[in-house]
Design a protein around this ligand. Sequence first.
Ligand code: DX5
Ligand code: ZN
Length: 219
Amino acid sequence: MSMIAPSLLAADFGHIAREMEWFNRSEADWLHLDVMDGVFVPNISFGFPVMEAVARLTTKPLDVHLMIVQPEKFITQVRDLGAHVMNVHQEACVHLYRTVQQIHEAGMKAAVSLCPATPLCTLEDVLADVDVVMLMTVEPGFGGQPFIEHSLDKVRRLRQMIAATGSHALIEVDGGVNRTTAPRLARAGVDIMVTGSAVFGKADPAEEVRMLKALTTNA
Ligand code: DX5
Ligand code: ZN
């Protein structure tokens, strides 16, 4: 069974407290928070004041996905949120090894994300040190985009690379996860799936999370 991390980006921001009610009683494993700066990606989402309010509304682990340039500037602030995972982009980190070490020193799990066009080999020399590798299965910046099919092969290759190097990294995917793609991703070896539009806005989002998890069991 894969872990499911609903993305707040798809929530009704006029009723965040109500959204967190279903989230808290659901089987969701992590809350995925998408931070966008309008520079690394062509969109702006939310920042620390919003995340601080949300952090007070849940006890589930926070997975903070920073789609921003120079994410290393915010390690202390992300730590102070109580984040479980600080998720930075390989493409945004000039000194990725140091950033990963600093995330660990701050007491968080280090996740490194790759955009669809970034090859896996860019992580070869840091794979042993990261806790999670997140493959973007859409171009980052917007929810509700269609799943990029060749991601499945990338997941399978990453699974092999992790096994070959003895890394303990988990594989996370982000973008276009739904009832159709979730079982296929589970078969390819994904441990954690981020899901936005497939869950939020549903009549019963908690039931949708349960359904997605069930679809990844023995997929
Ligand atoms: C995209 C974000 C995703 C997004 C996923 O830039 O990183 O987390 O919310 O949304 P869906 O599940 O709708 O593709
Ligand atoms: Zn994300």
